[in-house]
Design a protein around this ligand. Structure first.
Ligand code: 15L
Length: 276
């Protein structure tokens, strides 16, 4: 059974993923925060990925890394710099030094958030980040490309939409990613024999999708879920009159806000240190 490191394992996406992959892989979970939802048999290591020593410790002896750890929304530059630039570099570099070839990097729809909602984009479009957070995800993609070309690592970048058991609003009808589809795509990222450097969109089979996800389909991705099942209910409760710029771009509120509420704030004792 393969050993998989999941960084940022205490977050929403990490929690869904650990549940979905239970029994399929030996999971090593790491985070700066406590794991609120423990899954039996999964080992937890507390780590601050902005420290190279921690990154080296957690990546030792694993078959692949799913690097979810980081600051997950638009926010202060210092927090993004430390978690998503320094932290991301440390995880790639530590994996390389420890001989771990395969890294799955969950990038984000916010790497391309300034495409309009009437555009359909594929994995080859020019990046258009909508926030400092989006820029940090583009940094991770670029780092992945470097580590693939220069060091022969196998890097699978998933531009994730919004992971939730059900879509939560109109924008998310286009970018919803159900937990079971997430698990399917991650499994492809871990198992596919021909990954060198790939960018795919981490979304379900949504009727209102903004993505041509043919690169994921080429690698065998067959999503099961479609947000349309929830559309009538969601549109009925949607309030009209949001910011027109936010409404016209795929990244929504990230295109106009300086801060987006953090769904997983740091514990008080860890605030002075950074996110891991
Ligand atoms: C993301 O990249 C964030 O990590 C997540 O918290 C959501 O805000 C998501 O994008 C989204 O666009 O809904």
């Amino acid at each position: 059974m393969k050993t998989i490191l999941i960084t940022g394992a205490a977050g929403d996406v990490g929690t869904h993923l650990r549940r979905e992959l239970a029994g399929k892989y030996r999971i090593r979970a790491s985070d700066l925060r406590d794991l609120k939802h423990k899954v039996k048999g999964q080992k937890f290591i507390r780590a601050d990925i902005s420290k190279m020593a921690d990154a080296l410790k957690i990546t030792k002896g694993v078959d692949a890394v799913v690097h979810l750890g980081g600051y997950s929304v638009e926010g202060p530059w210092e927090a993004i710099l430390s978690a998503n630039i320094v932290g991301c570099y440390n995880v790639f570099e530590a994996a390389r030094r420890n001989g771990v070839k395969r890294i799955l990097f969950p990038t984000s729809n916010h790497a391309t958030g300034f495409y309009r909602r009437d555009q359909t984009i594929d994995h080859r479009v020019y990046i258009k980040p909508d926030s400092r957070y989006g820029v940090s995800k583009v940094f991770g993609e670029a780092l992945g490309s470097l580590y693939a070309d220069k060091y022969g690592m196998e890097v699978f970048c998933m531009r994730i939409g919004n992971v939730n058991p059900a879509p939560i609003d109109k924008r998310r009808l286009s970018i919803w990613f159900s937990p079971r589809d997430l698990a399917q795509l991650v499994t492809i990222g871990i198992e596919h024999p021909e990954i060198r450097f790939e960018i795919v969109y981490g979304v379900s089979k949504n009727q209102r999708s903004w993505y041509d996800n043919s690169n994921a389909a080429r690698l065998g991705y067959r999503p099961q879920d479609n947000s349309e099942t929830y559309a009538a209910q969601i549109l009925a409760r949607e309030k009209p009159g949001g910011d027109p710029r936010a409404e016209s771009y795929q990244g929504g509120i990230f295109c106009v806000a300086e801060e987006v509420p953090n769904p997983a704030p740091l514990p008080k004792r860890a605030k002075k240190r950074k996110r891991g």
